[in-house]
Design a protein around this ligand. Structure first.
Ligand SMILES: C[S@@+](CC[C@H](N)C(=O)[O-])C[C@H]1O[C@@H](n2cnc3c(N)ncnc32)[C@H](O)[C@@H]1O
Length: 217
């Protein structure tokens, strides 16, 4: 069943506001609906919108692409990516762009850890986004391989990533060292995301979501 969710982000004075329409399909693959980590990352982008304006942004594992769309609506040049083997998900990503008049956003298939022409041909990214990509430990090394490759093109690039804590054994610390990356955790209260209604999303289990900024060591 196809549905549409609407998220809205505004500043405290309500003078600056955006609305994002996200087409979702209830109940199929992982990337066809918006996970709770996505509004948190979107809120971080909205909060830092002055920083993102005019920047080149690449979102990995974008799914319905709420963070990438917020970045685009805030003036970034955005490329959305998701797994090559999930064409339905990539199509839904394109629908998200059209639903928000963001037709200029490129949607490209990139599977984590695979050094395909699509990855090699990406432009130099300033900001890499990833919402709820760290959910299956078998993928963690591949995700960081892709991120590390993008950062080799731009040592100053930042990987902004939210994840949902599902198990205490899901640590990326050793892999960060392997790929010569470092992470700082950003408290949700620093960007007004410590409440359950970010962007009108009615998140029920917000306390399990963490925000990381990963950079080159
Ligand atoms: C839990 S969903 C999160 C989707 C979206 N970022 C969000 O937060 O709503 C994980 C996303 O990663 C994508 N994905 C899973 N395995 C992948 C892989 N090996 N390479 C690239 N993308 C992958 C899925 O298609 C899905 O869109």
């Amino acid at each position: 069943m196809q549905v549409e969710r609407v998220f809205s982000f505004q500043d405290e004075l309500k003078s600056d506001k955006i609305e994002v329409r996200i087409p979702e399909i209830v109940n199929p693959q992982y990337g066809m609906f918006t996970w709770p980590a996505a509004p948190v990352l979107a809120q971080f982008i909205w909060y830092n919108r002055d920083q993102i304006k005019g920047k080149q942004v690449v979102e990995i594992g974008a799914g319905t692409a709420l963070p990438g769309l917020v970045a685009s609506l805030c003036g970034a040049t955005v490329i959305l990516t998701d797994k090559e083997e999930y064409p339905q998900c990539l199509d839904n990503c394109r629908k998200s762009c059209l639903a928000n008049g963001q037709d200029a956003i490129q949607v490209v298939s990139i599977t984590w850890g695979q050094f395909t022409p699509n990855l090699l041909n990406l432009p130099k990214a300033d900001i890499i986004l990833g919402s709820d990509c760290f959910y299956d430990t078998k993928d963690f090394d591949d995700i960081l391989a892709t991120v590390s490759f993008l950062m080799e093109k731009n040592f100053q690039a930042k990987f902004w990533s939210t994840y949902q804590e599902r198990s205490s054994s899901h640590s990326i610390e050793d892999l960060l060292k392997k790929w010569e990356l470092k992470a700082i955790q950003i408290p949700l209260e620093d960007f007004n995301a410590n409440h359950g209604n970010i962007g009108g999303s009615n998140l029920s289990d917000l306390h399990t979501i963490q925000m990381l900024e990963i950079t080159h060591q």
